[in-house]
Design a protein around this ligand. Structure first.
Ligand code: ADP
Ligand code: ADP
Length: 235
């Protein structure tokens, strides 16, 4: 059974006459790092919002077709049920930072899942180290640079060890070297935790080094799907 299965999936935002997604067929397994590409407005973020139930639970609208996200149908599942399962990083990190220290930011989700304090400390320490954030642990995320905020946002998603990881332009505020390093960690974790990672990323030259598969979207549809270099050269 696949990690994610979609068949004939279409979606319309509540106040819109044109569908943002049209007849999407998509199946993926744990361990894959799927790079999602296509012009602005083609539906990448919309597609990603199905994975954590924001569509339809938060955005509303009309979602049709067959959908299984690790066995869950977002139309029949309250959003909090996705919390331990699907990690999601938005384009603007400041929208997902809430606390007055980096350390609290990382611990919060784990506390919510009821993980014992001892393990929370261990996982937070380990993750801070991995993302080079140890020096910033007592700082307020709101005082950090855009790139540092992006790292904190990613670390606070990764510390949860989600089975499915959705990253919407996780390197937008990073310099090329940090971008390379961050996507390297993402690829390593995808293998190590056997996650399914869906990556929306404009830096193709970097992302293609790490993707195991590329999906090309155009006008709400998937128009190409396959091996990274083949798929990009055909699109
Ligand atoms: P991008 O093209 O980089 O995905 P946009 O600038 O299109 O980003 O969108 C930024 C935000 O505005 C997103 O959260 C998106 O959901 C929202 N948005 C985009 N288009 C519309 C729209 N037609 N109506 C309402 N919100 C929209
Ligand atoms: P991408 O991420 O590829 O830039 P989006 O998924 O943001 O594309 O947008 C797909 C389409 O859905 C666009 O036409 C956009 O204007 C529209 N859209 C995005 N967010 C919203 C929203 N919250 N409400 C209405 N329309 C939206």
């Amino acid at each position: 059974k696949s990690a994610v299965y979609m068949e004939g999936v279409s979606y319309k935002y509540p106040d819109s006459d044109t569908p943002a997604l049209r007849d999407i067929n998509f199946e993926a397994d744990f361990g894959e790092l799927v790079l999602l590409v296509g012009p602005s407005g083609c539906g990448k973020s919309t597609f990603a919002r199905i994975f954590n139930g924001l569509i339809p639970n938060f955005y509303g609208g009309e979602l049709t077709g067959r959908i299984s996200i690790a066995g869950l149908d977002p139309r029949k599942t309250p959003t909090p049920k996705f919390a331990g399962l699907v990690g999601f990083m938005f384009q603007n990190p400041e929208n997902q930072l809430f606390f007055n220290s980096v350390e609290r930011e990382l611990a919060f989700g784990l506390e919510n899942l009821g993980i014992p304090p001892e393990e929370i400390r261990r996982r937070v320490d380990e993750t801070l180290k991995e993302y080079g954030l140890e020096e910033l642990r007592h700082r307020s995320p709101f005082e950090l640079s855009g790139g540092q905020q992006q790292k904190v946002a990613l670390a606070s998603v990764m510390v949860m060890k989600p089975r499915i990881l959705i990253l919407d332009e996780p390197t937008a505020n990073l310099d090329p070297l940090s971008a390379m390093r961050t996507l390297g960690i993402v690829a390593k974790k995808t293998r190590e935790y056997n996650m399914l990672t869906i990556l929306i990323e404009h830096r193709l030259e970097i992302a293609l080094q790490f993707a195991t598969r590329v999906v090309v979207m155009l006008d709400g549809r998937i128009v190409a799907d396959g091996d990274p270099l083949d798929t990009v050269s055909k699109a």
